[in-house]
Design a protein around this ligand. Sequence first.
Ligand code: ADP
Length: 351
Amino acid sequence: MKGRDTFKKLREQRSRFSLHTQFTMLIAGVVLISILSAFGMTFLFEWWFPIFTKIPRLLEINILSLIVAVIVARIVTRLISDPIQELRDGMLKVSDGNFDVQLETDSSFKEIQELITGFNMMTHELQSTEILQTDFVSNVSHEFKTPINAIEGYTTLLQNAENIDGTESDYIEKILLNTRRLSSLVSNILLLSKIENQSIPAHKETYRLDEQIREVILALESAWEQKEIDFDVDLEEIHYFGNENLMYHVWMNLIGNAIKFSPQAGIVKVRLFEKENKIHFFIEDEGAGLSEEAKKHIFDKFYQADTSHKQEGNGLGLALVKRILAMTGGEVFAENLPVKGCRFTVILGTK
Ligand code: ADP
């Protein structure tokens, strides 16, 4: 992450002048100094030796050399700076996790050719390691699913069996709870790996976004009822063209988190509206909000700022939300509210 942050900073602190301009300015500066010194020398020469009327065409020669130097500098620096700029753009893509970058160069400088070849070899290696890793993760997760489902099924049967005493019932409850956590972790890893491999069919259809959000709130009823949470909901009727299944995960995670991090009997405010051709959704809770450190990392995989809720999650929810929205051209961000709690905002670009 550190490397990526540094690159982001670099991207923000773009030099005011390109390498190309800097080279040209340097050479022009040198020639300008030589013209000024030529002026000085001409003046001194005429002053010291007035019998010789003029130094032959010193100034003209210098002006000509300035023009030639600028033209030559432009050509040479273009040959050097163009591939460097291309390399910088390629590096930025790699730092954003895109290893599918191959550069081409027709530069005749050996060093530049070696640099570009080295970069291409690096991205090729990174790409093959990534494919290996994601294939492994997705295969292992698949293999985990069947035994987990079997454990969950048999434990549910045990729960309903006769002759079970209180302690045994407690044990069964704990097995079920942890099996469900494991099952949700595996499902999230699988979904994340599918999204990252872009192997999810981009099936899109028009559906009612407000109805989907209401459905999610209802699906989480037992959780918010247990905490006596009051929902303040105002959703505009919005017809959205997108992948319904994937968007379901977005609302499930954001609304689930608001409930999870709300205090007992807190209020959760949910809004959905259209403004300036964009769909806006936000959810506010009255929880502890986010620390400066958490704000930077909540969308990272496996990040959990609040350790007291570790048991109830796996730190993949917001990473999924971020990637799903990136896929659909939307965005998500979080901010603290002035008094207490925080707000998560989702902006969707297309209807
Ligand atoms: P988890 O499964 O732990 O909820 P998420 O990826 O959904 O994982 O969230 C990552 C972390 O972001 C959480 O562990 C929590 O520390 C923080 N977080 C998410 N939503 C909220 C919220 N509404 N209020 C405070 N902290 C939050």
